[in-house]
Ligand binder design. Structure first.
Ligand code: ZN
Length: 168
């Protein structure tokens, strides 16, 4: 997926995430969108930095890199906690939305994983595919936030309750 696709994906995801976390639709929803917007867009653009150095779709397109971002909020907190989601959505878009795929297990393995159903980045269907994938991601996030907490251990449910407006 090209830069335009990743930005479109991140913008739509931020708006959707704002409504998932705070469905009221009033000022607080827009405050939530503003809060997640910058970190999600930053995270969504970050992996393609490896077009400038290293090996594209390998150096910054793998699970060890994602782990670094997942660990980051543990130490720093703030709204940077959403950068990892931007990185995840970038990976999903490259795997599902494009033919080539990414090297998830780099540097252990250079094999690139992608869905054969993906379209090339220059395809005129790329935007429709991006929107469809974003909607799927939002459905998955909504399920995680609203359905899963009832099955979570109390401590994990507390974290969800503290970071969202969802009453667990
Ligand atoms: Zn990429």
């Amino acid at each position: 997926m090209n830069k335009r696709g990743h930005v479109l994906n991140a913008v739509l995801l931020s708006i959707g995430l704002g409504y998932v976390l705070d469905p009221s639709g009033d000022v607080s929803t827009f405050a939530t969108i503003a809060e997640v917007f910058l970190p999600v867009v930053l995270g969504a653009l970050f992996p393609d930095v490896d077009t400038a150095f290293g090996k594209h779709r390998k150096t910054l397109h793998n699970l060890p890199v994602l782990l670094i971002f997942l660990a980051h909020p543990v130490y720093h907190g703030g709204n940077l906690q959403w950068v990892w989601l931007g990185v995840v959505t970038h990976y999903v878009l490259d795997i599902v939305g494009s033919k080539r795929g990414i090297a998830l297990f780099y540097p252990i393995s250079s094999t690139e994983y992608g869905f054969p159903t993906g379209v090339t980045t220059s395809s005129d269907r790329a935007e429709a595919v991006t929107v469809a994938i974003t909607l799927f991601e939002l459905a998955a996030i909504a399920a995680l936030v609203y359905v899963l907490p009832t099955y979570l251990p109390p401590q994990a449910a507390e974290i969800v309750a503290n970071t969202t407006n969802v009453v667990v």
